[in-house]
Design a protein around this ligand. Structure first.
Ligand code: B12
Length: 216
């Protein structure tokens, strides 16, 4: 089945993708596994696009299919009723319209009890600063899927430093474009290409903060 799902995504066969996802969820398959397979298919779509076999309309279709999958019952974890962990402001940075990975990260954060402020995609640095001043989050999550997003992330960190807001925050960057080198250049506290690893890191920061409060 795994290969069939990857192939259906690669061929942009929406009906088949949804059918396979539903069948697998019915027999108890972990949604995380299914997401990984779909992402493998999306990667192939990206490669075919790079080689000139697909066009921008096909990338749009791949995005539509993934969004439909995420709407399928059982694919996303239920939101936790408690929102009493850290506050986190999340957005895809300016110039970048990719929002699927960001939305997955947000779903998982909300399921774990974080209070999330979603700024959407193509978010200018001024909007990040404005929201951070308003809600005073403990964490900021920046999503970047295309390479130019790395420079936009750096500009946000510089703006936070200039405003004197950087030291009180943890910054996590994620998405297809990020890497260890990029993270160092940007001045982030953590980078990852995995939403679940991102949530685990936020949990870790939350625990560290709570034990510091208890010790004080
Ligand atoms: C779908 C898609 C689109 C759709 C996006 C629809 C949408 N609503 O998001 C549309 C049509 C808009 C699009 C446009 C373009 N795209 Co596009 N797109 C893709 C594609 C096929 C899939 C992206 C995706 O959703 N993947 C699935 C998600 C779940 O993966 P993800 O984003 O990496 O997120 C995961 C993690 O990274 C993480 N994560 C993500 N964000 C965050 C944030 C935090 C804080 C954390 C902790 C974790 C985290 O969590 C997710 C789950 O684990 C990729 C191919 C690929 N290899 O990814 C190309 C790709 C990203 N696109 C590409 C390009 C070139 C473009 C265009 C420039 C094409 C053009 N000529 O116009 C435009 C750019 C538009 C813009 N200004 O942003 C290139 C980027 C190359 C580069 N390095 O810059 C890729 C890699 C294709 C390729 N191989 O050439 N695209």
């Amino acid at each position: 089945m795994d290969e069939q799902l990857i192939q259906a995504v690669t061929e942009l066969n929406e009906k088949r993708v949804i059918q396979l996802v539903k069948e697998e969820l019915k027999i108890g398959r972990d949604p995380d596994d299914l997401r990984q397979l779909i992402e493998a298919g999306m990667k192939k779509v990206g490669e075919i696009y790079e080689q000139g076999g697909y066009f921008i309309g096909d990338l749009i279709m791949a995005g539509v299919i993934y969004k439909e999958v995420l709407k399928t019952e059982g694919m996303t974890p239920p939101k936790s009723k408690a929102k009493n962990k850290a506050k986190i402001v999340v957005g895809t940075v300016e110039g970048d319209l990719h929002d699927i990975g960001k939305d997955i990260f947000i779903c998982m954060l909300e399921a774990s009890g974080f209070k999330v402020y979603d700024l959407g995609c193509d978010v200018p640095k001024e909007r990040f600063i404005e929201k951070i001043k308003e809600v005073r989050p403990e964490i900021v999550g920046l999503s970047g899927i295309i390479t130019p997003s790395l420079a936009a992330m750096r500009e946000i960190v510089e703006a936070l430093e200039a405003e004197g807001l950087r030291r009180q925050l943890k910054i996590i960057i994620g998405g297809h474009a990020v890497s260890q080198d990029a993270s160092l250049m940007i001045g982030a506290d953590h980078f990852t290409k995995s939403a679940s690893e991102g949530v685990a890191q936020c949990e870790q920061w939350y625990k560290e903060r709570m034990s510091a409060v208890e010790r004080a």
